[in-house]
Design a protein around this ligand. Structure first.
Ligand SMILES: Nc1ncnc2c1ncn2[C@@H]1O[C@H](COP(=O)(O)OP(=O)(O)OP(=O)(O)O)[C@@H](O)[C@H]1O
Ligand SMILES: [Mg+2]
Length: 260
């Protein structure tokens, strides 16, 4: 894919996924999933383990190429062949496994593939501006409330919660259109969790489309503008938080009840 990114402010939906199918060998993981994200809204995707949530999200992030179906941005069909394609449209992702380079420093991870060059001739010679990358990494992590002693240490030496913070900071730093978060608070303590939820609210307030995958149903009810329930590779319900309880969602997730 090449050329100009579509104007993502056009059209009612920021991102539309229509009838997405994804198979792994004989395993039909996504069986025709249609989900649309609006700018300025938090859309939560919930479902039991193995329902296909991460697989679906990875079709929006360019990590998985769907076998059938269509993605639209601002109403126009796009075909992502790589995560860089999605990034060109301002779509940033926090993967469930974080996708950080373990041997890289924090700034190197946050700027991976988007390194800042030094001004002037040095930059033209390809010299990287480590100072600015460090300062900007620091700023975004401080805003997120993640405390880190050494920004120069390899990312693998951080705690699980700190690593999660780095992955979230990277997505927040670069997202211009949509931010996709797969279980972003799984490794976090209460204080950092609240800060991540606050960052999610702020992202929506900045008019980003936010996709949040989470098993924390009470939090989803509080935070989301819309909740999509997935079961066995299908989106089986699309509800407003005010219309449902945690119990209702669990029943729909498990197939004990059909969506209203
Ligand atoms: N790369 C892959 N190769 C083969 N099978 C895969 C692959 N990725 C996912 N699957 C399978 O697809 C199904 C759905 O997985 P997925 O990770 O999307 O579930 P999930 O809803 O995110 O679950 P969880 O809540 O546990 O994260 C699972 O059966 C999984 O084993
Ligand atoms: Mg998952």
């Amino acid at each position: 894919m090449s050329g100009q990114a579509a104007d993502p402010t056009q059209g009612g939906y920021a991102i539309e996924a229509v009838d997405i199918v994804k198979n792994f060998g004989s395993l039909n993981v996504l069986r025709g999933v249609s989900i649309a994200l609006r700018r300025g809204e938090v859309t939560a995707v919930v479902g039991d383990n193995g329902a296909g949530k991460s697989t679906f999200m990875k079709t929006l992030s360019g990590e998985n190429i769907p076998d059938a179906g269509e993605l639209r941005i601002g109403g126009r069909a796009v075909a992502f062949r790589s995560t860089q394609d999605a990034q060109r449209y301002g779509i940033e992702t926090v993967y469930q496994d974080l996708a950080l380079g373990p041997d890289l420093s924090i700034p190197a991870n946050i700027f991976l593939g988007r390194e800042l060059l030094q001004p002037g001739l040095r930059g033209r010679l390809g010299m990287i501006d480590r100072r600015r990358m460090l300062d900007e990494s620091h700023a975004v992590l401080v805003e997120l409330g993640v405390r880190i002693k050494s920004y120069r240490a390899a990312t693998q030496s951080l705690s699980g919660g700190q690593r999660q913070g780095v992955a979230i900071a990277r997505a927040l730093k670069w997202a211009r259109h949509a931010i996709l978060l797969d279980e972003p608070t799984a490794a976090l303590g209460a204080r950092q969790r609240d800060m991540v939820y606050e960052a999610i609210r702020k992202s929506a307030a900045r008019s980003l489309a936010v996709l949040l995958i989470s098993h924390d149903l009470p939090q989803v009810l509080e935070l989301a503008d819309r909740i999509i329930v997935m079961r066995q590779g299908r989106a089986v319900a699309n509800v407003l938080p005010a219309q449902v309880s945690v119990r209702d969602i669990v029943d729909i997730m498990l197939g004990a009840r059909e969506a209203a």
